[in-house]
Design a protein around this ligand. Sequence first.
Ligand code: ZN
Length: 197
Amino acid sequence: MLFKTKKRYEVRTAGDEVLKETAKPVAAITPEIRDLAQRMVESMEIFDGIGLAAPQIGVLLRMVALDVPPADDDTRLTQGELALCPLMPLVIVNPEILFASAEVGEREEGCLSVPDIYAPVVRPQRVMLRAQTLDGQLIECECGNLLGRCIQHELDHLDGILFVDRLTREAAAEVARPLDQLLHYGSKHNFKRVKIK
Ligand code: ZN
């Protein structure tokens, strides 16, 4: 007979101070880092996200889990989507954006740490990503479409920035009320979403 141990998963929500901190680089890929990567992937899946940064589960390290589909057929795929999407779910370590395209675009974003709130954010269309995999492999590729967007959103988390910090005045006004409600709710629940599985 099999007994399944239930695990508790938590995601920190807007208002938690940890989401405003700058995360530290990962010094070496140790067994603890691999365990953390596993927990990040499980948390991302359980909360139905396409990306999750370590600070969102309360760990101030520069690690990001991604599970992003490539853009659909009519869109030109970037080198990053071709290289990375087949590897997902994927955890990247010490990611950096080497440079971003001058061309920007607007797209609606959401966040596991800002549940049920969506708003358009303007960001560069493509970014050159450099990161390491858990196997120590160096990634360097141009990422656009949803992947480029997700990478920029997740890397912001490593520097204590939420997408709601990047809204235009108009977009910020649109979400001001639900965001206030979220902060109020969070203050009563230790700024945590919890799922047991
Ligand atoms: Zn987020």
